[in-house]
Every structure is written in structure tokens, then in C-alpha cells.
Design a protein around this ligand. Structure first.
Ligand SMILES: [Fe+2]
Length: 140
């Protein structure tokens, strides 16, 4: 199963750390879900954290893209992808809270994990040079 790895490391520390954190949260949900007797409260807690962290991270990325004058035509589709992920996590969270047997949280985390790998590897990668150059201006 794919996870965070150096091929999707950008050298923008804040962003790399955020991406790692998202995978760590997905891992933690799957670790709990694969136990003989998973604790629904633990899973609910991490799902809430994933929801909040994804929102926090996407806002950070979007601010960086705007601040660095990243291609305006690429910005909107990128933002829409973020909304898709947030909607997915929100739906999983809500359904799991209603009844943890309604969904297969483990499989859904696999889907989110694959989505993240593709998003970071293709859509995020497109802003790296612009954001990197922008950040460097403020370092030297
Ligand atoms: Fe992104």
C-alpha cells in the first residue's frame, strides 16, 4: 500500500510535514480498524483530526499558491480537488458516527491514501517550483 515517501517530498518543509501528517492519520485509523476489537471512539477521534488537519493544510497550500502568484488557471481546479477530499473525509466521519457498521472505514482510507498520492504527485507537484522560488526570496 502506498504511503508518504521521498518521491513525493518537495523540499518545502512545512508542506512535506503536513503531507506526512495526513498519511500518519490515515495509518492510525487503519491500525485501529484492523484490531480484533476496534474502539469506535478512537477512530472517531482520529477521523475528526484528519478532517481538521486536511482543512488546515489545504488552506496553507492555497495561501502559499496565492501569495506566490501561482498560475490562476491552475488554482481553481486545485482548490476543487481539495474540496473533494474534504467532502470525502466529512462523509466518512458523519457515516461512521451514525453507525460504524455502515461503512468499511479501512477500505475508504485506502481510497483516500491513493487519492493523496496522486494529488501530491501530480497536482501539488505543479506548484513546487513557483512556491519554492517564492519562499527562497524571503530566506536569503
Ligand atoms: Fe494540494
Amino acid at each position: 500500500m502506498g504511503s508518504w515517501n521521498t518521491s513525493i517530498k518537495f523540499g518545502i518543509d512545512l508542506i512535506d510535514r503536513d503531507h506526512r501528517r495526513l498519511f500518519d492519520l490515515i495509518d492510525a485509523i487503519q491500525d485501529e480498524a484492523s484490531k480484533d476489537t476496534p474502539d469506535p471512539e478512537v477512530i472517531q477521534g482520529i477521523l475528526r483530526e484528519l478532517r481538521e488537519y486536511a482543512n488546515y493544510h489545504f488552506k496553507r497550500e492555497e495561501s502559499l499558491m496565492l501569495a506566490s502568484d501561482y498560475d490562476a488557471e491552475a488554482f481553481n481546479p486545485h482548490r476543487i480537488e481539495h474540496e473533494y477530499f474534504e467532502t470525502m473525509v466529512r462523509s466518512v466521519d458523519v457515516l461512521y458516527r451514525i453507525d460504524e457498521h455502515l461503512i468499511n472505514v479501512d477500505k475508504l482510507m485506502d481510497i483516500l491514501r491513493e487519492w493523496l498520492i496522486t494529488h501530491i504527485g501530480i497536482v501539488d507537484r505543479a506548484y513546487v517550483k513557483t512556491v519554492h522560488d517564492f519562499c527562497r526570496k524571503f530566506k536569503s
